[in-house]
Design a protein around this ligand. Structure first.
Ligand code: URA
Ligand code: SF4
Length: 216
């Protein structure tokens, strides 16, 4: 798929999300939060759902957790415009309650399409709901920072930034996980896994694909 086509499709997904009424969460949202960042990102973060500030601004991770996420990205030489950040549900659950299974299910196709279109090398999960997608029985204290390689993509469970802010003892582990994650992306870019899609798949792309993470 051509980059422009991909961008156009992603914008269409975002428009659908903004108009979506597929679950009750639409009732009390101020702004839906489709996601933010590069549509050609190598690295995608999936959180739980928007909180108060995200709901006000229509952007993911802009509150305290987001500031910490920004700090972690800076630590590895990145900023949020070079990655893609989204959530399992795109509208704020009232009083920041946990998203319900039927809400996650109702919202799933948006996330599925975003992943398919962005086609990131690595998906980092932030919190238990995105983790549950890829590590159904995983316990974060045991599996954080341990990559799963599947079909040419890396799935990588991280602590939720809010959990680290609540428990600063987790900071060193979070930082180490972040650095390891960047190494994994670099490594994957330098030698594609045998299970990676064949390059022919992208033969419509220009010779230098507009992947943003030239830093890698
Ligand atoms: N926490 C999340 O999981 N997602 C956000 O967008 C903000 C805070
Ligand atoms: Fe639609 Fe998802 Fe918002 Fe529910 S949370 S209304 S499914 S966009």
């Amino acid at each position: 798929m051509k980059p422009e086509e991909r961008e156009q499709k992603l914008r269409a997904v975002a428009q659908e999300i903004i108009a979506c009424k597929a679950c009750v969460l639409h009732q009390r949202r101020r702004k839906a939060v489709p996601g933010d960042g590069s549509m050609h990102a190598d690295l995608m973060f999936i959180g739980e759902g928007p909180g108060q500030y995200e709901d006000e601004q229509g952007l993911p991770f802009v509150g305290k957790s987001g500031q910490y996420l920004d700090e972690l990205l800076r630590m590895v030489g990145l900023n949020r415009q070079e990655v893609f950040i989204t959530n399992v549900v795109k509208c704020r659950p009232p009083n920041n309650r946990d998203p319900l299974p039927n809400e996650i299910e109702a919202c799933k196709s948006y996330l599925d399409r975003q992943i398919e279109l962005i086609n990131p090398i690595l998906i980092a999960t932030l919190g238990r709901y995105s983790m549950a997608r890829y590590f159904p029985n995983g316990k974060i204290t045991q599996i954080h920072g341990r990559p799963k390689f599947d079909n040419g993509r890396i799935y990588y469970p991280l602590f939720h930034p809010a959990a680290v802010l609540r428990n600063p003892d987790l900071r060193p582990a979070m930082e180490a996980d972040f650095r390891r994650m960047i190494d994994l992306v670099k490594e994957a870019k330098s030698k594609p896994a045998p299970s990676d899609p064949q390059p022919e798949k992208k033969d419509e792309d220009p010779p230098t694909p507009p992947k943003q993470l030239s830093l890698f």
